[in-house]
Design a protein around this ligand. Sequence first.
Ligand code: FCB
Length: 471
Amino acid sequence: MANDASAVFDTLSPAVSGGSLADPFTPPADSSLWRKNFLLGAATASYQIEGAVNEDGRLPSIWDTFSAIPGKVLAGDTGAVACDHYHRWEADVDMLASLGLEGYRLSIAWPRVMDAAGVPNRKGLDFYKRLLNRLKEKGITTFVTLYHWDLPQHLEDRGGWLNRDTAYRFADYADLMSRELAGTVDAWATLNEPWCSAYLGYGNGHHAPGLANDRFATQAMHHLLLAHGLAVPVLRANDPASQKGIVANIGRGTANSESAADQRAAHLFEVQHNAWILDPLLKGSYPQDLFELWPGTEPLVLDGDMETISAPLDFLGINYYFRTNVASDGAHGFRDVPLEGVERTQMGWEVYPDGLRDLLTAFRKTYHNLPPIYITENGMASDDQVTDGHVEDTQRISFLKRHLAAVDQAIKAGVDIRGYFLWSLMDNFEWAFGYERRFGVVHVDYSTQKRTIKRSAQWVAKFLKERKARA
Ligand code: FCB
């Protein structure tokens, strides 16, 4: 496989570059993507699509508070309306099913389903029951994330993830949800991307709640992982038939130069992005190199915490987007050195499918107990426009093609990967970037809420149809 992604992009056939479906994605006959039990789906998250933030007893979340602060989110956007999915869920499920997608990964808004005293909110719970029941009726495999960043504000007011008690509150929430929704969920993920919650939320302040202190980040991470560990046995007890796991974002770090200092910097980048989360989960300890990068930031860990955190998982969800090129910062850490002349997306992220394959194959060596993997997010943003009823998102088609090929290569190298979810089903509230960055395979016109199926979604649908026909 070529390492230079832009070269691959340039070799796309004119038909695909022109956005037609004349040259559909036909993986080689021996590709694992043809396996009927390789799940292909799409993902979303509550705050990014639901809107209806003040309806049916939903309480404020940290993202309502954060996005209301001028300057925190591009153009002052908030999730108040988003894709209005709370009201349009039926049509959205029909759309998902019409594309032939086999899996749907969604998240539950914690502030919608229980109040500050832990009393269940029936209206909020009913929304998720209706949604999940309909997905089951359509034969769609359901992956439910309990925490995709919308912490109830009342918990943040008591310290949020810096307060150990939040982990116990999370276990109570997991208990309620798994009692209420048992039987409609195929796989539970406790947390989405604890790295983002801990580092962007408490370490550099780019995300809610907007605090910036490395020591906060490591303590928040510990409480997030503890929350996960406390929730897993609760989920197992209440809903034994489902799978239980967690979703981690992973980043590939490389250095241009062979110097020991720069190679060390690339290693530290991956420690900070990957091992910080995966080591506690899979080895039961924090990587000591992390504290070389951030001296004096060891979190307070109580007896038994690491055993709780490292209990076996049924699956590990992996979210992958890009590679970061770094060099030594001359002290203990790394600094970004953006590569020139590489293909990038609307986010400025480099398109680097090899990173996904290389990380997965490396994890298989590092972690002897690596659980079965689902790619729970992968995708890209582009400045998509609707022209004559069509959206020609050709870069996305190419992106997906190459990343699915990377997944196939990792499977062939022995990694147990069972499925892949596109990020995202539809354009949505992209956190600090608001609505400007479009990650969907379905376009959303936010002034009318009209959904337009992009070429990429048609392409995926066509492949799924073909796979079904061959089965
Ligand atoms: C991930 C998030 C997801 C989305 C994508 C682009 O970090 O889990 O909600 O914003 O990035």
